[in-house]
Design a protein around this ligand. Structure first.
Ligand code: ZN
Length: 402
């Protein structure tokens, strides 16, 4: 049902040409060799042996971790054709927002009460006010359902976490950053091979409402293109970094057929030990678990924001997932919980309808769900991973958030 609605909306709004996405990868036949990268849990070993399975010509892509118009990517004939294929006279007349002196988005001068631009950062708005814009998904519609989502991957040092999800027979929606896919394509390939639902999390993780139209388009376009290049799949869903989306950004995403998936519960896991205490994040998880049995989700489900960025965030998942499974009827990726059987442009990979999910998503068909070749003897719990892994992962976390 929801898939049909999404498809109809897609036809009504999409206008941009995205046929420049190419890939030699067949997403139904991904095979990851048993290199130390895929078998080791030592971060130095894992990442030293990381070899891109597809050649990446740096001249063809934006600069890694810089806004996606860098490296003259807004000057290419390809991007110009894309940009000019969009009728910008129909775009909402909304100006980019600015960052305040405190480093946070400034709402000075904005009518937060009426929130005319459906700016999530201002009011949590998820229903666009501008016509012809794809509406956000913010909660699984199915009752007593935990929408499992992880942001900011992939990463060369996350094999243990992916092994854990595999052992738990869980599929998640994975929101991949284009720059990370460029750096660690095996990680993205493993996400697809394991049957997770892969979605876009921009090229360089900016506050999207602060960018120009051209920068917003480039952030979404090149991240989607990189995911296609590396995995053979073109996502139809994306998540704005830190939730920062308004109707201008939604309208541009809609031109690329991209629907935003936001959340209605935030673990704050990435901030543990940074801006909130570890105890607070543990309490958040406990509160959300309690909601599974106290009637909060009798009539609808949730979507929970969590991250795969470092040992701390992955450790929370490993600690609490067994309790979540007990407290909720279903624990599913967003495609499955929303009955979106085709979350990609390509029809070669499809997801099960909710009715056949049986509480946990069977995962995509068309791709092997038997997992990566990293089936070593049991995953290392996060607490036993090396300190080096923690330090390196923490650096990635910093890159992702600051
Ligand atoms: Zn993020």
């Amino acid at each position: 049902m929801y898939g049909l609605i999404a498809s109809a909306a897609l036809i009504a709004t999409a206008s941009a040409v995205t046929t420049n996405y190419t890939s030699t990868v067949d997403p139904t036949k991904i095979s990851i060799p048993s290199t130390p990268q895929t078998t080791s849990y030592d971060v130095t070993t894992e990442c030293t042996y990381y070899q891109p399975p597809v050649p990446i010509n740096l001249g063809d892509w934006p600069t890694n971790w810089k806004v996606a118009t860098t490296n003259n990517m807004n000057q290419t004939a390809e991007f110009q054709a894309l940009y000019n294929s969009i009728d910008w006279t129909k775009a909402p007349n909304v100006q980019p927002h600015t960052m305040g002196a405190d480093g946070a988005l400034s709402t000075t001068g904005y009518d937060v009460t009426n929130d005319p631009d459906c700016w999530w950062t201002a009011s949590g708005c998820v229903t666009p006010k501008f016509p012809g814009v794809l509406k956000d998904i913010s909660a699984c519609a199915e009752p007593e359902t935990w929408g499992l989502t992880y942001d900011d991957g992939p990463n060369c040092s996350h094999n243990a976490f992916y092994d854990f999800l595999q052992q738990q027979n869980l599929k998640a929606s994975m929101f991949y950053i284009g720059s990370n896919v460029m750096n660690w394509p095996y990680g993205a390939q493993r996400g697809v091979k394991d049957g997770h639902h892969i979605a876009v999390h921009t090229w360089s993780h900016p506050m999207m409402t602060t960018l120009t139209n051209q920068d917003v388009l480039a952030e979404l376009y090149y991240a989607t293109k990189m995911i296609k290049y590396v995995t053979g799949l073109t996502p139809l869903y994306w998540r704005p970094p830190l939730g920062d989306v308004d109707d201008r950004v939604r309208w541009i995403a809609s031109q690329l057929n991209l629907t935003a998936i936001i959340w209605n519960l935030d673990t704050d896991d990435w901030a543990a030990g940074v801006t909130v205490t570890v105890q607070q994040v543990q309490q958040n998880y406990q509160d959300f678990i309690t909601m599974g049995t106290n009637g909060t989700f009798t009539n609808s489900g949730n979507i929970v924001l969590s991250h795969e960025i470092n040992n701390m965030t992955m450790g929370f998942a490993e600690t609490y997932i067994p309790q979540i499974k007990k407290a909720y009827k279903n624990i599913l990726d967003v495609a499955t919980c929303m009955n979106i059987t085709h979350p990609y442009v390509e029809s070669s990979v499809s997801f099960p309808a909710f009715s056949s999910s049986n509480g946990v998503s069977p995962g995509a068909s068309g791709s092997s769900s038997s997992g990566g070749s990293s089936s070593s003897s049991g995953s290392a719990p996060s607490s036993t991973r090396s300190n080096a892994a923690l330090v390196v992962a923490a650096v990635f976390a910093c890159i992702a958030f600051f």
